[in-house]
Design a protein. Structure first.
Length: 503
């Protein structure tokens, strides 16, 4: 919704846009120039409770769960079509709020559409099974939707990550309360308008913007949820798990990462450098599977650092809404300060800045939260920069001598989300892939994503997977039905004594 040339959104509850009960709004800033670009209704506990009530009522009483499965599928397809038709406009909404270049954000809308289309295909394919047992009972299962799903989503891929959760939940027949990140809420909130236009019944998708510790926490704490999903930081995951744990709410978490890019000495160096630049600096390095550590064989180490520095020095920084821009600012002042703090500390710890490391020059860039793409060499494994998630445009280049050492460095972190392996030796590629503790491994590539692949990690990167054939079952539970088919009745107490079958 656009009012007076600025953007403003209310809360989507029961199919209607309405202000927060307090009447409060929070502002969204453009990280490129500090301008306030939008006002969002600021939900508190009572608004979130109202949204869950609406989702619960839509699940129990609405047309959604009784609708023919193929009709649900058509609605998901329509959402996909609208997203694709409006990809430039939706991409722009993201670029002005999270600073990612429009070339990235608008292109990502095709991935959003693909999630809706992929899961649309499941609407009429969720089926149970018949279960043979030793008795003469006829046993079968049906899969039932979990009910209201709470979804907490981040700002770095606002629409895509929301869609990775919304599409399968809808396909399974669940209803939803979505709380997007306060930093980039525009595109996931616009998804509400798109869903209504596509014919989604009221109350099926509710969207409550607000602050994590208030709106997010209230959603996590609501005992009416059938499932809670979070994509966000590991610390948020731990806090949310505690809150939701009191209600035994089933959880699915996609959390932080610290992906290694392992480069062996038999590789085509240009390909590996190009791949590492993409892995490390797409989205200004603000992705969970960012190639934040290039683990490079000693024999090519110096050459790699020099070629990577040369490569990233050519990345065009600028206004994220300009199609020519290749890298925008980071999302916020807090992020900017945190990332520069990491670089400064790494430098004090003895790391060498091979490229970048500071705010770039240039009048156009002076008001934005820009940080040069930064390449650090001389990083040791025990430095915080090699262990913690920086979530910014910084890559550490770490040397190794043997394959065992490469694997050990790659695994020696609290996270286990993504990893890429660059080598021309097929046996080595698969051998190393098996030893890496990560949910997603790319060989001679990085950051490839498709709705058919399972996405998720081990250790502090969370649990559960998003996407893939299996994932649809994460939104349903089997219900077992046991039918006695024998003509005679059953009387346990007629023949007392041991030796009979009890169950
Ligand atoms: P946050 O953890 O800060 O926030 C994620 C969501 O949780 C937001 O909606 C946030 O609201 C909400 N939230 C924050 N605090 C609480 C709380 N106490 N209770 C309930 N909800 C809360 O993550 P970011 O948005 O900063 O995203 C970056 C992080 O996400 C990185 O660590 C990144 O690795 C991870 N990520 C993981 C992915 C994966 O697939 N594994 C993919 C993408 C990102 P608000 O914004 O209002 O604070």
């Amino acid at each position: 919704m656009t009012h007076n040339q600025s953007i403003s959104y209310d809360l989507l509850i029961n199919g209607e846009w309405r202000p927060a009960k307090t009447g409060k709004y929070f502002s969204v800033e453009n990280p490129f120039n500090g301008e306030i670009i939008a006002q969002m209704a600021d939900a508190d506990e009572s608004d979130v409770a109202e949204a869950v009530k609406s989702a619960e009522s839509a699940f129990n009483n609405g047309p959604w769960t009784s609708m023919p499965n193929s009709e649900r599928s058509k609605i998901l397809w329509r959402i996909a079509d609208i997203v694709e038709d409006r990809s430039m406009e939706l991409g722009r909404l993201e670029s002005i709020s999270n600073g990612r270049p429009i070339s990235e954000t608008s292109s990502q809308m095709s991935v959003v559409a693909s999630y809706f289309r992929y899961f649309a295909g499941f609407c009429d394919k969720i089926q149970g099974s018949t279960v043979p047992t030793d008795s003469s009972h006829f046993n079968y299962t049906i899969r039932v939707p979990l009910g209201v799903v709470g979804q907490l989503t981040p700002w770095n891929h606002p629409m895509m990550i929301a869609s990775k959760k919304v599409a399968p939940a809808l396909a399974a027949g669940c209803t939803i309360v979505l709380k997007p990140s306060e930093w980039a809420p525009l595109s996931p909130t616009e998804l509400g308008n798109i869903a209504l236009e596509a014919g989604l019944p009221k109350g099926v998708l509710n969207i409550v913007n607000g602050l994590g510790p208030i709106a997010g926490k209230s959603l996590a704490a609501d005992p009416r949820l059938g499932k809670l999903e979070l994509t966000g930081g590991t610390e948020t995951g731990k806090a949310v798990a505690q809150i939701a744990g009191t209600n035994l709410t089933p959880l699915q978490f996609e959390l932080g990462g610290k992906a290694p890019v392992i480069v062996f000495d038999d590789v085509n160096l240009d390909d590996a450098v190009n791949g590492c630049a993409f892995a490390s600096f797409i989205a200004s390095g603000q992705t969970c599977i960012q190639g934040s550590r290039a683990v490079v064989h000693t024999s090519i180490y110096d050459k790699f650092v020099s070629l990577l520095s040369e490569k990233v020095s050519a990345i065009k920084l600028g206004d994220p809404t300009n199609p020519e821009t290749q890298m925008g600012p980071v999302v916020s002042k807090q992020a900017y300060d945190r990332i520069l703090g990491f670089i400064e500390n790494a430098s004090s710890d003895g790391a060498k800045i091979a490229h970048g490391g500071k705010h770039p020059q240039g009048t156009l860039l002076k008001d934005g939260y820009f940080i040069e793409p930064t390449v650090l060499s001389g990083v040791r494994q025990n430095m915080p920069i090699a262990q913690e998630e920086v979530f910014g445009p910084v890559v550490c280049v770490i040397p190794f001598d043997t394959e065992e050492e490469a694997v050990s460095i790659a695994n020696d972190i609290p996270y286990g989300l993504g990893c890429s392996i660059w080598t021309s030796n097929v046996s080595r590629a698969h051998r190393v892939a098996q030893k890496i503790v990560a949910g997603i491994i790319w060989i001679n590539d990085h950051h490839r994503l498709h709705p058919a692949i399972p996405w998720g990690g081990f250790k502090d990167s969370g649990y559960g997977r998003e996407g893939s054939y299996d994932f649809i079952h994460e939104y349903t539970a089997p219900k077992y039905v046991c039918v006695r088919v024998e003509p005679e009745g059953f009387d346990w107490y007629a023949n007392p004594g041991p030796g009979q079958r009890l169950n």
